[in-house]
Design a protein around this ligand. Sequence first.
Ligand code: ARG
Length: 643
Amino acid sequence: MSTLNTSGLAQLLEGLSVIESTPPFSDAHVLVNPLDVWRSALADLLARLVGCESSDAFKAIQWPNNIFNGDLSVPLPKVSPRCKPAELSSKLINEFPKDHSLFDPPLPDGVHLRFFLKLDIVPRLLIPYVLDREHTYGMGSELDTVESSKKLVVESSSPNITNEFQGKHLRSTVTGAFVARLYENKGWEVTRMTYLGDWGKPIALLYVGWGKFGSEEAYQADPVGHLLDVYHKIEEAFQPEQAATREIRDKAVKENRDEAEVQLEMEALENQGIFAERNDAFKKLEDGDETLVAFWKRVREAVIDDYQKFYDRLGIRFDDYSGESEVKAETMAEVEQVLKDKGLSEESAGAWMVDMTKLGARAGHAIIRDRGGSSTYLLRDLAAVLERSRKYSFDKMIYVVASDNSVHFTQMFKILEAMDPELEKKLQHVKFNDASKMAATLGKGYKPEAILDKCEEAMSSLPDVDADKAAAVGKSDIILKGLGTSALLVQELSTRSASAHAFDTKALPSFKLGSGPDLQYWYTKLVTLLTDHAVTTALSDEDFEALTEDDRANLLRVLAQYPEVVNATFHSLEPSGIVTYLASVTEQLSDCLDEEEGEMIVTPGFAALLEATRIVLRNGMKLLGMVPVSDLPQERADTPVAG
Ligand code: ARG
């Protein structure tokens, strides 16, 4: 049970004689974010020295993201819009109390003034704080208040069942799980959903392919492998027909031919060959034909089974395996009716579409129902929003989907805005670059588990420079697997969303700074160092004093930033910030341990510092979805831990 509640914290601060300088601020979350203690005091002081509102000063205080640029900083024009920064800077430096209990004298840096925490106080506040919060350190909600939790639906992964699980699906899976944990961390109630591409013409094409290339025997031996094989074969056979229609269309545009004439020619082509077989099969599927429905069900189940094994190995679960196939006809009809009633949709050459220019877009038509009468991806997605909103009454829904879907989501959100603006406001598309080398790396016909096999396999070729670290974490099978998954997760999450998918298996076996294996190494090292040391916060003055030494205090200053980092990431939804931060923790930890080289004496103060570091590292790793390998059931190698 936490003892550092409001009064507990007040008592602690009183003991450190800093209580009078920390007035309660409504914006401050001192129970969640220790830096807010300093921020509050600084806002109060700035307000007095500059003559502004303390709440404005509070908002102006920034967090430099690198302790060597200060622990907090203030862009001076933010507290005094018409000031001459150089003048204000020297005035503040002059007037800043020389013996302030929380801060050293500030340093000027252009329009910024940089503030550094007084090292005396740092361990005395941070050690009890972090050890008390433990696994909740960095979590968002105020511990003393019971906030009614808000509901989030995160949709991610969403692969297409006829095709390989692609790089963009892996990226969505990993990022979506991260977003889910981040919101849970803030106290939200989260539903994890995947939306399978399990409907439409590709399934019908697969059925046609099954008739030509399917074998019950091959299917029994390897269901998903065989289905992928059949799909690739039929795709290849279908290729010339698709090329022919594309050619007609391209030529028509060039020669500016009559639309109706072109249409007829296209239809003639689509009325024969694989085209006709596919369209016929799709019509039957939509009409509920028994054979087709049975085929589709069988495929869907086999594939989901395969996905599930993959998600399990990755430590990811979904509460709802929804799919395009599950959207109800009634809901789609409801959407179509609303669009008609609002005069937003119109019929054109047998198809129903929304003229996007009516909704403020510069150009474009969005097809709701094609000329064969089939529902489109867009119509299903619109109806799915209504169904999910009724089922989950969410406050927010986030789609973690590659940017090849951006036009789709822009159209969908625009249309929904016209239908139900309140609902539309709750939706967010979190996108990322869809380019990926993964499919090329794994070759045609791979199943999702092959992704993980490849990463685990890669771990067996760790370079010699990493031999000491590898020995320290252990080399059992289960550890190597854990390292493989961690390496992959961190590689995924450290790639910024605008950059192409990393998937680089050659880069995985490495203990370089900030990599999955390296985070695992440092975590194991901390656990090992702490074995046989009871950790207590009841430290002597001498113990605290020893923690004000530069490297140790710097490590604590980095640990103080964790809630800030989580907060910033909650707003940007860019997981790379957490990875970079954890790398800086291990870097600073390494500096502290280097100093101890030779006789590593773990004093009670040092043990408390290591424990605080272990807590932050663990919380961050968990947020990224990593399982510390030291938690895995195994015998650890007897080799002593290397420095
Ligand atoms: N299956 C789609 C694809 O692979 C992604 C689905 C995204 N989700 C959605 N609600 N449209 O591109």
